[in-house]
Design a protein around this ligand. Structure first.
Ligand SMILES: Nc1ncnc2c1ncn2[C@@H]1O[C@H](COP(=O)(O)OP(=O)(O)OP(=O)(O)O)[C@@H](O)[C@H]1O
Ligand SMILES: [Mg+2]
Length: 353
């Protein structure tokens, strides 16, 4: 009833989990109604247990889950509706939106997302690894305050049908190398994705843009080059027309580089990141090293054994050991080796096209 029988007019989007409709609840509140694809083999009881976990998690920078419907194979989630869509469709989306993101608004968004993620990682018990931090999962309310969506959904889907492997194209630029390559999913993988997102927000561009010249295609590579040349300020979004604090903007970009360090242990925790962003904590910028770039592995893969299961020579990489995040990997890791293989094969295919 809320969506007028899932009328196409009310459909507002579609993602890896299913379709999203705008709807009006009986109490007149607007809701975003997500119809999950019928592929979960999870029983009703397990599903409801996970839903309970998600709905107990509440923070001003997290999308609120109002409730759910469960009937035979049907699973529907009902969230509060956010008026200003996602960062993917507005700021990073390539100019189709009329919203102007001032520097102050960007600061508010970066800090808000950092706080929401710090809450998931460090205050919720047991901690929640989001595993799909990206621009389309950052929604904006009427005041352009950010809300992280889709946390806790990973567990609703069987490990061998992971979301990442079904929607590689939009996700790949956010994937920490150790997660993409070895399926090691810890909070540090989220922190990596956050770092990429942070640089996107400051620069107003998507992490990968194949239409740009080679040295500019991948935002992390670009940020590292500019950092080495002490020219980071040139990465800041030109649509701000210079109306920003250059010192703060460069600081944000450097924090983005810190979050994407190759060695997961070198990435700061999200609460530390939030303090760095708000100026409550300093960092030594001389310690920033080259970020972990999945493109390095892509080259390696293409040069060695295309189309076959990628074998990575560990002496040339800098991957963490399993469990390095001190979290019980069994509660967090639904990433598997087969998933990592799939991901890389897809990367190879995309490149060769
Ligand atoms: N609570 C919400 N309020 C307003 N719009 C929403 C809400 N949730 C989702 N949407 C819209 O629906 C679109 C699809 O969301 P969905 O989460 O299904 O896919 P996605 O974020 O693009 O990819 P993914 O499946 O990887 O999360 C979003 O981009 C957004 O525009
Ligand atoms: Mg989403």
């Amino acid at each position: 009833m809320a969506t007028d029988n899932f009328s196409p007019i009310n459909k507002i989007g579609e993602g890896g989990f299913g379709s999203v409709y705008k709807g009006k609840l009986r109490n007149e509140k607007m809701a975003a109604i997500k119809v999950l694809l019928p592929r979960s083999t999870q029983g009703v009881k397990e599903f409801l247990t996970e839903i309970q976990v998600i709905s107990d998690v509440q923070h001003e920078n997290l999308v609120k889950l109002y409730g759910c419907c469960v009937e035979e194979n049907q699973r529907i989630l009902v969230y509060n509706y956010l008026e200003n869509n996602s960062l993917a469709q507005t700021l990073i989306g390539g100019g189709h939106s009329s919203i102007q993101f001032s520097w102050q608004t960007r600061v508010k968004i970066c800090v808000g997302v950092a706080k929401g993620l710090a809450y998931l990682h460090e205050e919720v018990r047991p901690p929640i690894v989001h595993r799909d931090i990206k621009a389309s999962n950052i929604l904006l309310d009427k005041d352009l305050s950010p809300k992280i969506s889709d946390f806790g959904l990973a567990k609703l889907i069987p490990a061998d049908m992971t979301h990442v492997s079904t929607r590689v194209a939009g996700t790949i630029g956010y994937l920490a190398p150790e997660y993409a390559m070895k399926g090691q999913l810890t909070r540090k993988a989220d922190i990596y994705s956050f770092g990429v997102l942070l640089i996107e927000i400051v620069s107003g561009r998507c992490n990968t843009n194949s239409r740009l010249p080679d040295e500019e295609k991948y935002i992390l590579e670009r940020a590292w080059q500019l950092h080495e040349r002490r020219e980071l300020v040139s990465l800041v979004d030109t649509s701000l027309n210079g109306d920003f604090d250059p010192e703060q903007a460069c600081r944000f970009l450097k924090i983005g580089l810190l979050c994407t360090q190759d060695f997961p242990k070198l990435r700061p925790s999200m609460s530390t990141v939030a303090k760095m962003l708000t100026g409550k904590k300093d960092f030594d910028e001389n310690k920033i090293m080259k970020p972990g770039l999945i493109t390095d592995f892509m080259d390696l893969n293409i040069r060695s054994t295309p189309k076959t299961k990628p074998e990575i020579n560990h002496t040339t990489t800098n991957l963490s050991s399993p469990g390095s995040d001190n979290l019980d990997s069994s509660t967090l890791s639904s990433g598997t080796t087969s998933q990592a293989t799939f991901t890389l094969t897809a990367v190879y295919d995309e490149r060769s096209i």
